[in-house]
Design a protein around this ligand. Structure first.
Ligand code: 13P
Ligand code: SF4
Length: 330
């Protein structure tokens, strides 16, 4: 077993696993024994999605974390998501298979710099995209996700000035959709900002009947080509409801697993980045593996812990988001 210090350096439990072990069966057994639930984001590897009790987008995962009766939450996602689960269910043990599963977007907004930024805009309401640290949430008035950002902004009086952070791309998209001026923090996601317009145009010409769908974390030039823009859940729903047979998908490629499961007769093409890679994986999301998930559940480590004050201050803006989402049926 690793020491806590080793765990912080490495990020995950390192322990030999019997290669003949059926990890799916073992995870299932441990889950029952420990009254644990596995919540997984759509960007996780297919094996993790298949063993999860719930798969969803950031909003869905927060809603599940808030209402679960399980004593242990294994969060197969990234650090800010597990933190959100801990804030919503502070009495529960929240585990993350790899503590170093971070987020470039969250990293692009250090709380001490955001505090200074906030000071420059007194009288502004602060809306933060859930992809940020617990400290940043604690400095916010309302949290949002890509599923509800437009409605959250619209829930405020028209003359209320707003700071929106940390994602400038989602912020610009929400400003356009709501017709409001938002003061934007200049952050971005490393996965969504590197889609290649040229390579997507080429794919579109090779597949003229394909629908091009994109996550609002993408750059404006990519969103301007999209037939549909939405959160991961929104994109998945669109592929189910739209009669098209081919889709070019501009978000992290993990979502394609659920799209293929829900639409066995349809073809999904990952939109390419401006590198030589064919698809676009999030290196943070993909730090979690089935092996790490098994060891994390077995050893109940790494565990997410947060200072009590941060939990208390961050709870309000997240709960406000959940209340508004419930009111509008999300
Ligand atoms: P959603 O699943 O909420 O659309 O968010 C996408 C994302 O980037 C999560 O890190
Ligand atoms: Fe963060 Fe982007 Fe990875 Fe989502 S896809 S976890 S926003 S780096």
């Amino acid at each position: 077993m690793n020491t806590l210090e080793e765990l912080n350096v490495k990020g995950f439990i390192e322990e030999a696993i019997d290669p003949t072990l059926d990890l799916f069966a073992e995870i299932d057994r441990l889950k029952k024994e420990k009254n644990a639930v596995i919540l997984a984001h759509y960007y996780q590897e297919p094996d993790i999605q298949d063993i999860a009790d719930y798969i969803g987008d950031s909003l869905g995962l927060s809603q599940q974390a808030a209402k679960t009766n399980a004593e242990v939450i294994v969060f197969a996602g990234v650090h800010f998501m597990a933190e959100t689960a801990k804030i919503l269910s502070p009495k529960k043990k929240v585990l993350l298979p790899d503590l170093k599963a971070g987020c470039s977007l969250s990293d692009s907004c250090p709380p001490h710099l955001f505090a200074k930024f906030k000071e420059r805009y007194p009288n502004h309401v602060v809306i933060t995209y859930v992809n940020c640290t617990a400290e940043l949430k604690a400095m916010s008035d309302i949290v949002c996700t890509s599923s509800n950002a437009v409605q959250i902004v619209n829930s405020l009086p028209k003359d209320q000035p707003i700071i929106f952070g940390p994602d400038r791309n989602l912020g610009r998209y929400v400003a356009q959709k709501t017709g409001r001026e938002l003061v934007l923090w200049n952050g971005a996601c490393m996965v969504h900002e590197i889609f290649s317009q040229q390579r997507i145009l080429k794919l579109k010409s090779q597949h003229p009947n394909a629908k091009f769908i994109a996550h609002p974390e993408c750059e404006e030039v990519i969103l301007s080509m999209a037939d549909y823009i939405g959160s991961t859940t929104g994109l998945l729903k669109y592929t189910i409801e739209n009669p098209a047979k081919e889709f070019i998908v501009a978000t992290e490629s993990g979502i394609i697993h659920q799209m293929e499961k829900s639409n066995p007769d349809k073809t999904f093409i990952p939109a390419p980045p401006n590198t030589t890679c064919a698809c676009n994986d999030c290196p943070h999301m993909k730090r979690n593996t089935l092996e790490k998930l098994y060891l994390c559940l077995k050893n109940e480590l790494p565990e997410i812990t947060l200072p009590e004050t941060v939990i208390q201050q961050a709870q309000k803006p997240i709960e406000r988001m959940l209340e508004i989402s419930a009111q509008i049926g999300l």
